[in-house]
Structures are given as C-alpha cells and as structure tokens.
Design a protein around this ligand. Structure first.
Ligand SMILES: [Zn+2]
Length: 308
C-alpha cells in the first residue's frame, strides 16, 4: 500500500472524505494509479481513525488482506462466482468496522452477466455497503451500471506527486526515479522497471548456465551476476526449468532453453525442481541469497552428474 498517496495534491483535490457516497468508480488511463487511489480510499474507510496511516488494528488487517469487512476483486478476468461472493455478503452486518467495503479493481474485466448481477446490489443502496470500482475502459462497463456509480476522474500525476510515489515505491524495490521527469503514466513507469528487471534476471540466468560446468565454477559464476531484482530470480528460474522440461519456447528465448537443455539432462532438471522450490521458499524467509544460490547450483550439478 502507498500510504504517502495521502500527501499528494491529487488525492487531496479529490476530496473524498467530504461526503461519503455509496459507490465510486475511479477512472483514467493509468490503471496502477486508479488502483492505488481506490485501495487507499478503501483503507481510510475501514481505518479506526479514518486516516489509514495510524497503524491501527484495522490498518494492519487491511495490509495483511485479512480485514473481515473488506472484499477485493482484482483478477484480470473477474468471474461470476467472484461477484456471487460479494452478493452473498451484502446483507450481512459488518464484523469489525461500521461498514463493508467492496473493491473491484479493473472492473471492465467483469463480464456482462456478472455486471448485471452486480447492478442489483448497486440499485438497492445499503448504508453499510460501499462499492469502489476502478477502470481504464469506461466503455466496457454497462451503461446501467455506470449510471449507478459516482464517477471520479483521476488526473495524471504532477511531478511533485510522482516524486512522493517514487519514494514510497522505492521501499518496495520498485525504483521509478529515473522516469519521474518523463510523461509516462505510473503504470508505464512500473512496467518499464519490471521489464528491465525481468531482462536482467533472464540475462543472469543465461550467464549462470553458460559458465557453469563444475562445482568449482560456482563462486565465479555467482559473483559475476548483475542481480538487480533478487525477488524475482527463483520464480523465473523455476519457470525456465519447467519450460526446458516441456520444451516450451513460448515464454523465454529459445537460446536460453536450448542452452540449459544441452547442458542438463531432463531427468536432472526434474530432480532439480524440489531444490528450486526450496530455494524460493528460503528466499521468502530472508535467508542469504548467495548462500541459497550456491547451494542450489551445487545440488543441480550433483543431479546432473548422478544422471550420467
Ligand atoms: Zn488505521
């Protein structure tokens, strides 16, 4: 969550606290920004002091995604059963807050059948239910639904606001600072950062397999890596090894898949999967990254030699 959004002129100008309404639609071409605003607003509604930055029980539950009065739908394609879950909760009493908050991110991905289901709940406002939707495509939302929503246009970020958000994102290892002077939207900036981290990670994995032949290569191979986003390293490695096992060229470069398949028998790759899974879990538990990687490569080479 981006708590500092409250300090942006954009958020202040939206004046959301002024009088509370039953349903909101935050819309603009910037999906990330819409969603950040929507979630922050939801958090202020549930927060005990309505500030969303007092670290109260409600705030902590919100951050842990365990707040009993919060429902968030955010898949790329929101299914009928997801909307049914909301409908089922509509007539129940709030559990810990004074209201229930339903957030539907990227509401344009809710299909027509589900939108019609949702419409019924929007038509019968209940003061304890608040709906917060976001979209980049207002034309994908049924007119009947649109007419029930209080539409709030999210203006593009000014430099001052971009800097505030950039500082906050940096804490989550997303460094957009090099783009803040550009005209990119927040979504575009985050995608650019993620893409360059992705590319660097793939290059690192390629270099490992190109230079790794025996266990004595491990220290040199590991120390030469770029590793600009360690958090995505093992999940990609796992995905790449699975692609190698299945000869699947759809996600990663053919050169990378062929390189690994040329160096490692399939059987060794299959036997390596539990080690990669273990490495991923250890990293989640904050074990030293280099220690995990050394061990993993050692085990992968061991499996390779056992297959010979
Ligand atoms: Zn709070």
């Amino acid at each position: 969550m981006l708590e500092s959004i409250i300090n942006t002129s954009l958020y202040k100008n939206l004046n959301l606290e002024k009088n509370l309404l039953h349903s909101y639609l935050f819309y603009s071409s910037d999906a990330e920004l819409n969603n950040i605003i929507a979630l922050f607003f939801a958090k202020t509604l549930l927060c005990n002091s309505h500030t969303a930055n007092d670290n109260c029980d409600a705030c902590r539950q919100f951050d842990a995604k365990t707040h009993p009065d919060l429902t968030v739908l955010k898949q790329d394609s929101i299914k009928v059963e997801d909307v049914s879950k909301i409908i089922a909760k509509l007539n129940t009493l709030p559990i810990s807050a004074d209201k229930k908050v339903f957030v539907i991110l990227n509401a344009d991905t809710v299909n027509e059948i589900s939108q019609n289901k949702l419409l019924k709940s929007l038509e019968e406002p209940n003061s304890s239910n608040i709906f917060i939707l976001t979209t980049t495509k207002t034309d994908k939302i049924l007119n009947t639904v649109m007419s029930r929503l209080n539409k709030i246009f999210v203006p593009s970020l000014q430099l001052h606001d971009k800097k505030i958000i950039a500082d906050e994102l940096k804490k989550q290892n997303i460094d957009i600072s090099q783009y803040v002077n550009s005209n990119f939207t927040l979504t575009e900036m985050i995608n650019l950062v993620n893409n360059s981290n992705f590319q660097n990670t793939i290059t690192d994995i390629f270099n490992i397999f190109q230079n790794l032949n025996t266990t004595s290569d491990i220290p040199r191979v590991v120390s030469s890596l770029n590793l600009n986003d360690k958090s995505i390293f093992f999940s990609h490695l796992q995905d790449i090894v699975l692609s190698c096992i299945k000869n699947d060229y759809s996600k990663y470069d053919k050169a990378l898949i062929d390189l690994i398949n040329a160096k490692f028998p399939k059987k060794a790759l299959i036997k390596s999967l539990p080690f990669i899974e273990d490495a991923y879990k250890k990293q989640m538990a904050n074990v030293n990254f280099y220690y995990i990687l050394d061990n993993l490569l050692f085990n992968m080479l061991k499996e390779k030699f056992l297959c010979k």
